[in-house]
Design a binder for this molecule. Sequence first.
Ligand SMILES: NC(=O)c1ccc[n+]([C@@H]2O[C@H](COP(=O)([O-])OP(=O)(O)OC[C@H]3O[C@@H](n4cnc5c(N)ncnc54)[C@H](OP(=O)(O)O)[C@@H]3O)[C@@H](O)[C@H]2O)c1
Length: 352
Amino acid sequence: MASAKVALVAGARGIVGSNLVEALLSRGDWSVIGIARTAGSGSSGGYRHLAVDLLDAGQCRDAADACRDVTHLFYAARAGRADPADEAHVNVAMLRNVLEGTLSRATGLMHVSLVHGTKWYGSHLGRYRTPAREDDPRLPQVNFYYDQHDYIVQRQQGHAWRWSTVRPHIVCGISVGYPFNFITSLAAYGSLCRALGKPFDFPGTDACFNSVSQATDAGLLADALIWTAEDPRCDDQDFNIINGDYFRWCNVWPLLAAFFDVPAGGPTGTPIATAMPDADATWSALVRRHALQDLPLGALANWPFLDFLFRAGWDDMSSTVKSRQAGFHAALDTEAVFLGYLRRLRDQRFIP
Ligand SMILES: NC(=O)c1ccc[n+]([C@@H]2O[C@H](COP(=O)([O-])OP(=O)(O)OC[C@H]3O[C@@H](n4cnc5c(N)ncnc54)[C@H](OP(=O)(O)O)[C@@H]3O)[C@@H](O)[C@H]2O)c1
């Protein structure tokens, strides 16, 4: 590899990882190696893809030779499990397999970045202290972020490399085939409302509709990850990374309804799968009628994820003081981010 800066992006095909790969390559001074179990479109340009199962320690060790020039690890892989203890065990094992296997020959390793999120503060559990600050005390619940953090701090002992973590909330971007994605799920939901002649109901609770929330653009998150990896002020630090503004669904909802050209409804509390039992068949018909990209609904939409986001009947607010004081000043208007991605999805024929 010609470049002095060589990134290994673990989880390179997910919403965070794929947008990070794109941002690193666009900088021009990074070579990028990506890891995911699936190869996708494979390697091209300054990008080399390794199809590796991070749960398989042998496969991770076998990739060590290809990764000996890696200078920066960006860890954005994630394995979901129903049981939090199992989830913690699995996600620490994957991180360990990368550091102790895949990077065992990377003697020039300088930085390890972990992608976490506001679940660190219990944003998925109920009301928490807001605005959440990076040094707020941990909760008593099991959380794989805590276990990965403890592992990385302990693993760093005796090594020259430094670490940092970022904590986004509702990452917005396009990641087809990885539907842990608010934007593509919402795009599919709105398009189906229009196709079915239904109002654009808010499928969540009244409390959520009226609470304060926040989001993180995937491109902004990628910039923040590169910043934390390169700026020594970020060494061994955690940072909340959000667009920088806050919003309420009740204010955003009419704008989204206008985009889909359907009347805005209110909170129904009805899970989407219940409100739209035949969504898969309706979607296939929509794809044919509008000559959309030939993808099943499941490549874009994850109804349980959307239902989960629309049931947070409490404020989601992260403090951005620490990242701003440390030098990260990027900010985006979240309404414009939502509408911008929806337009891109329409332009690229993912939705009508
Ligand atoms: N999405 C959000 O809105 C959001 C919000 C806040 C925080 N976060 C955090 O951001 C981090 C990244 O999540 P994400 O949303 O980008 O996840 P994602 O879209 O589900 O992507 C996960 C990535 O990990 C890879 N992966 C999973 N299991 C693997 C395995 N055994 N071996 C190799 N690769 C594996 C997947 O590729 P393959 O399946 O092809 O292997 C994929 O590339 C997580 O810590 C998450 O909690 C996400």
